[in-house]
Ligand binder design. Structure first.
Ligand code: NAP
Length: 247
């Protein structure tokens, strides 16, 4: 049997997707895009969504993740698509970084991905079909001063992505990552207003080959492709969506 033809129990009906961080920014655009693509989309986030499909849960808390996943499964059936977009940034000189500061950023950006993937994998394995996309960061390409914890966590997410692609490819599950460049979201504007970007968003646009800031929809488009049936031969890949600027 060819890879991608291992679909055992997935019929033509709506596939259920979970998007973490789907109440804001990139996650919200991913949720909207996957809905337009015809998926049944539920969101896991600390904040509520406007659409009634949001489940408030902290991705660092396994019991909360398991409860949210159980509720979504109960309502919509097995979860076959997962996009991990929940994340927090952090800015601190490394010598001044407290261990709690380090741990919080690692916990949300890396351990949260561990929890959500483990929580939904049984559905994908049972179906013999699944799609996982992890939103990492373009800062993983070359590092970022004052963001050692964030870059460490996001780099680990890229590594996790590649390893799980090898481990679950035979089960019909693809695992890919999208490291975004500068994307205009509340997270980016909050960093700009605190003067943490090393310049304004405009300055960054001038250093970006396509001369614009990323839109959440740019990331959503990449996710849409990765989770499609057509992308069944693509796994373990890290697809930069960054306007040509790999920093
Ligand atoms: P955003 O607008 O701040 O959205 C992040 C969402 O994740 C928020 O709704 C937030 O909820 C939620 N969240 C945070 N911690 C959580 C937790 N422990 N459990 C559940 N949900 C949690 O940020 P964004 O810019 O869209 O970022 C989305 C992803 O892209 C993140 O992983 C980020 O690291 C990555 N990224 C963004 C950029 C960029 O330029 N924007 C660049 C590279 C990578 P609250 O608001 O309630 O805290």
């Amino acid at each position: 049997m060819e890879f991608g033809q291992s679909l055992r129990k997935v019929g033509p009906g709506l596939k259920t997707a979970v998007v973490t961080g789907g109440a804001s920014g990139i996650g919200r655009a991913v949720a909207e895009r996957l809905r337009k693509d015809g998926l049944q989309v539920a969101v896991i986030d600390l904040s509520p969504t406007d659409d009634g499909f949001g489940h408030i849960a902290d991705v660092t808390d396994r019991a909360q993740v398991d409860n949210a996943v159980a509720a979504i499964r109960e309502q919509f059936g097995p979860i076959l698509v997962l996009v991990n977009a929940a994340g927090v940034e952090g800015f601190q000189k490394f010598s001044k970084m407290s261990f709690p500061e380090w741990s919080k950023v690692i916990d949300v950006n890396l351990n949260g991905v561990f929890h959500t993937i483990q929580a939904v994998l049984p559905d994908m394995v049972e179906a013999g079909w699944g799609r996982i996309v992890n939103i990492s960061s373009s800062s993983t390409h070359s590092g970022q001063p004052f963001m050692a914890h964030y870059v460490a966590a996001k780099s680990a997410v890229n590594g996790l992505t590649k390893s799980l692609a090898l481990e679950y490819g035979p089960a019909g599950i693809t695992v890919n990552a999208v490291p975004p460049g500068f994307v205009d979201t509340p997270m980016l504007r909050s960093a700009e207003s605190r003067h943490l970007l090393g310049g304004t968003v405009e300055d960054h646009i001038n250093r970006t080959p396509v001369r614009r800031v990323g839109r959440p929809e740019d990331i959503a488009a990449a996710c849409s492709f990765f989770v499609s049936d057509e992308a069944s031969y693509i796994t373990g890949q890290i697809l930069g969506v960054n306007g040509g600027r790999n920093t």
